[in-house]
Design a binder for this molecule. Structure first.
Ligand code: ZN
Length: 269
């Protein structure tokens, strides 16, 4: 935990970032509130190094969400609200990180650090593989049946471009963790941890997306979508568990990323 003046610095920094996020349309108002709470928790319990890692994830993810946004919107697969993310999306991706920050004083330091890196790597990898993979020129294939081609944006669909995008998030996160001296591991070890947890997260996301995640059909455009509304109209439930939407899948994927990072440390090092 930090002294009062440091917390004040954190609040000022987060307030500035809130204004920037709002002006750039990176987050909705509810998204900004959720991100501020998670940011403050991570800053207070984890410290500035943890906060910087979370910030790198948020900034780079936002840039890729905005990248070729009009093309994604034409495909009907873009993030709603002009690419701005709402509170539920922020919580789904950031809850595990905040949890590990809070756990820092209760659990072995190495375990929480690995859990935190794994959770961020999973969320980061998943966001980038989705946002970049969507732009793949070739049709994605279903992770549970690679012979089957599915339309871009289909839950559980994977593409070579999407899978390779994980390398970008992994490289950026590795460099960020190393640059701020978050852990005393070597650069190679950080790279391996982020790589396995990143792929564990995206693969979990794709597997759940192909199986248990709720799918709906839009009667207006005929697409199979993951939301209860599309083309400004309610959609019809088709398959999957209604309780498990894309945010629920993201939430689970971050924890799988965290657990993978912790277990990987035991097995490999
Ligand atoms: Zn539609």
């Amino acid at each position: 935990m930090l002294a009062g003046s440091t917390i004040l610095t954190g609040i000022v920094v987060i307030a500035l970032l809130d204004i920037i996020s709002l002006l750039l349309g990176l987050l909705t108002v509810s998204g900004i509130i959720a991100a501020s709470i998670i940011g403050l928790v991570v800053f207070h319990f984890g410290g500035w190094r943890w906060f910087v890692i979370l910030l790198v994830f948020l900034i780079i993810s936002s840039l890729f969400t905005k990248f070729k946004y009009s093309q994604k919107r034409e495909l009907g697969i873009a993030q709603g609200k002009k690419g701005a993310r709402s509170w539920i999306n922020v919580v789904a991706n950031g809850f595990a990180s905040a949890g590990f920050a809070i756990g820092k004083s209760l659990l072995p330091v190495e375990t929480v650090l690995l859990g935190f890196i794994g959770a961020v790597s999973a969320a980061f990898a998943d966001t980038l593989s989705t946002e970049i993979g969507i732009l793949s020129k070739s049709s994605p294939r279903l992770i549970t049946n690679l012979k089957r081609k599915v339309p871009a944006g289909t839950s559980g669909g994977i593409s070579v471009l999407g899978e390779l995008s994980v390398l970008i998030s992994t490289a950026i996160l590795t460099l960020a963790v190393w640059a701020v001296d978050l852990v005393s591991f070597s650069l190679t070890k950080i790279l391996f941890v982020t790589l396995v947890s990143g792929y564990a997260g995206t693969t979990t996301d794709s597997l759940l997306g192909a199986t248990f995640q709720a799918k709906y059909s839009c009667e207006i455009c005929g697409r199979i979508v993951e939301s209860k509304r599309h083309c400004d109209k309610p959609t019809q439930h088709m398959a999957g568990k209604r309780i498990l939407d894309n945010n629920g899948v993201n939430f689970i994927a971050t924890w799988i990323g965290a657990i993978t990072a912790i277990l990987f440390q035991w097995v490999a090092f």
